[in-house]
Design a protein around this ligand. Structure first.
Ligand SMILES: [Zn+2]
Length: 89
């Protein structure tokens, strides 16, 4: 693996397209987080808010938090249902 991914999680400024920097992030619930973001372009100066919501499970946790309920992503659920249908057919 020689490829570098410095900009993998970059959030571009919606106005000028420069990368914005996350200033402060606060977890409001285990699955919901809000952050203040600030454009790095001094000529722009935009500042705003982003929210990150965890919506689905792809692989379940081995140490699950009982208060967190996250459905499997629909495609995986379909595959599981299809497998079950095959198994019982
Ligand atoms: Zn900007």
């Amino acid at each position: 693996m020689s490829m570098q991914h410095h900009n993998k999680h970059r959030i571009p400024c919606p106005h000028c397209g420069e990368s914005a920097r996350i200033r402060k992030s606060q977890g409001l619930t285990p699955v919901y987080r809000e952050a203040i973001i600030e454009c790095r372009n001094e000529d722009c100066g935009w500042r705003g808010k982003v929210s990150i919501e965890i919506t689905h499970t792809i692989a379940p946790s081995d140490i699950p938090n009982p208060t967190v309920v996250l459905p499997f992503v629909p495609r995986i659920q379909e595959l599981v249902m299809a497998q079950k249908a095959l198994a019982t057919a």
